[in-house]
Each structure stands twice: as structure tokens, then as C-alpha cells.
Design a protein. Structure first.
Length: 256
């Protein structure tokens, strides 16, 4: 019996799909704060310091509902928080300085071995330019390549819900079970930003997913059923101090 339990435990512990990050640029080292890491290990400080429940600013006491329960803030929304801890993050390998040069934004990297990482590009012809960003764009060239199991792809996107970062990255999907490189990743810099993005800043979020075929279906429900569902959801979610979704619906996903 003990042996059976150990076998089951070992199976559970090893039931993980594996993503492999391989150095793809000469001179890349496994420096702790610069290597790719699970997003859950890089939760931003502003999120960690935010209040889980709403307070009266005049008394610093929690607002309470009619049942004596505390009102959740946006931090209590697991749907939002989930995106901060999903997948993996690629981080800048060096300090990157952005400055105005004759009216245009430019980039400077002092580390001669890392100059490849961020390059200036001309405006993207016929691409929809995001409002509030310089037309001149740049590109990251990752120093890590990704390998996934057969049948899996990776979503490369801007670190999700990281509106504090001064850039906006384009999003793409790569079938990293067949090819390990990602190529360069275009991004735009917010207008008015001048300064240094320090080494170790998350610049891309990698979310592996299984390739599957889907089909859609449209269902029109009666008004009565819609109203019933609304009331049912309201009754379920209005528990004291909130948290119904996380406790009863949410499925934890682990990235190591």
C-alpha cells in the first residue's frame, strides 16, 4: 500500500508539460534575475501592495455591506490576477536607455554584448499604429529560444495587465514544438517616455497552449432563463467577504 501511494505521488509530481528555454545568443548566462521565469514569481509590487478589500479613506476602516461583509476591490478578482501569474516571462538582459534625438525617439545600450537585443525600426508600413505611442518602433531580439511538446504552441504577448510598463508589444503565436526561435518582436514606446528600462524588466509573456480545432454555436435563451441565471449568479457571488469564484469555480494552474 505504501509503495502504491508513492507511485501515485510520483506520477502526480511529474504530471507537467515541459517548456524548455535554451540560450540562443552567445554569451548568455543563467543570471537569476534575468532568466525566463514563471509569471507567478514576478508579481508587480503595485499589485502586492494593493488592498484586497475597500476602505473608507476618512477612517481607514473597511466598508461593510448589510451582512457585515467587506467589499472586495479589483484585487479580489481572480480573473484579473490570474493573468499576472499565467505562463512565463522573458526579461530584459541589460539596461536600455531611450532618449530624444533630433525630435525622434532613439535607443542606447551601453553593454556592447547586448546591443543586438533592442533595435530601432522605421514605422511599420500599413500597420495600424497604436494611439499615444511613437511612430518609430523598436524590436526585441530574445536571447532565449523556446521548445514545447508536440502539439503545443506559444502565445507571445505583452506582459498582461502591466499598464505600468512604458511600451506596447505586438502579439503573435509560434508553433514552438516545430521551431524554437521566435524572431524579433516589434514594440512601441509610449509618447513622452525618456529614461532607462532596467535589466530584469519583463518584456514578454509566454503562454503555452495545446493546438485544437474548435467550432462555435449560438444559443438564444428565453428572457425567463436569463433572469433566473442572473439571480442565481448574484446569490452565489454575494457571500460574505466575497471570494466565491476562487473558492468554488477557479481551477489552479501551475507553472514552474
Amino acid at each position: 500500500m505504501i509503495q502504491e501511494k508513492n507511485v501515485l505521488k510520483n506520477k502526480k509530481m511529474t504530471n507537467y508539460k515541459k517548456i524548455i528555454f535554451t540560450s540562443s545568443v552567445p554569451g548568455t548566462k543563467a543570471e537569476k534575475n534575468l532568466i525566463p521565469a514563471p509569471s507567478s514569481q514576478n508579481i508587480p509590487e503595485w499589485f502586492q501592495k494593493a488592498n484586497r478589500y475597500a476602505k473608507d479613506p476618512s477612517t481607514d476602516k473597511y466598508w461593510l455591506d448589510e451582512n457585515g461583509g467587506k467589499y472586495s476591490t479589483w484585487k479580489g478578482c481572480p480573473v484579473l490576477a490570474d493573468m499576472l501569474s499565467t505562463g512565463y516571462l522573458l526579461k530584459t538582459p541589460c539596461d536600455i536607455k531611450f532618449y530624444l534625438n533630433k525630435g525622434d525617439i532613439d535607443v542606447e545600450i551601453n553593454d556592447k554584448d547586448k546591443k543586438y537585443f533592442c533595435t530601432k525600426r522605421n514605422p511599420m508600413y500599413q500597420f495600424v499604429h497604436p494611439n499615444g505611442y511613437y511612430e518609430t518602433h523598436f524590436a526585441w531580439t530574445p536571447n532565449w529560444a523556446i521548445k514545447l511538446p508536440e502539439g503545443y504552441s506559444a502565445l507571445y504577448t505583452m506582459p498582461l495587465n502591466r499598464f505600468d510598463l512604458p511600451f506596447l508589444m505586438t502579439t503573435g503565436i509560434v508553433d514552438n514544438d516545430k521551431i524554437s526561435g521566435s524572431g524579433s518582436i516589434p514594440f512601441f514606446l509610449v509618447k513622452g517616455f525618456e529614461g532607462t528600462i532596467p535589466a530584469g524588466t519583463p518584456y514578454a509573456q509566454i503562454i503555452p497552449f495545446k493546438r485544437e480545432n474548435w467550432e462555435s454555436e449560438i444559443v438564444i435563451q428565453s428572457d425567463e432563463i436569463i433572469k433566473e441565471n442572473i439571480m442565481k449568479n448574484y446569490e452565489l457571488t454575494r457571500i460574505k467577504d466575497g471570494g466565491y469564484y476562487r473558492k468554488n469555480i477557479w481551477s489552479k494552474r501551475t507553472y514552474k
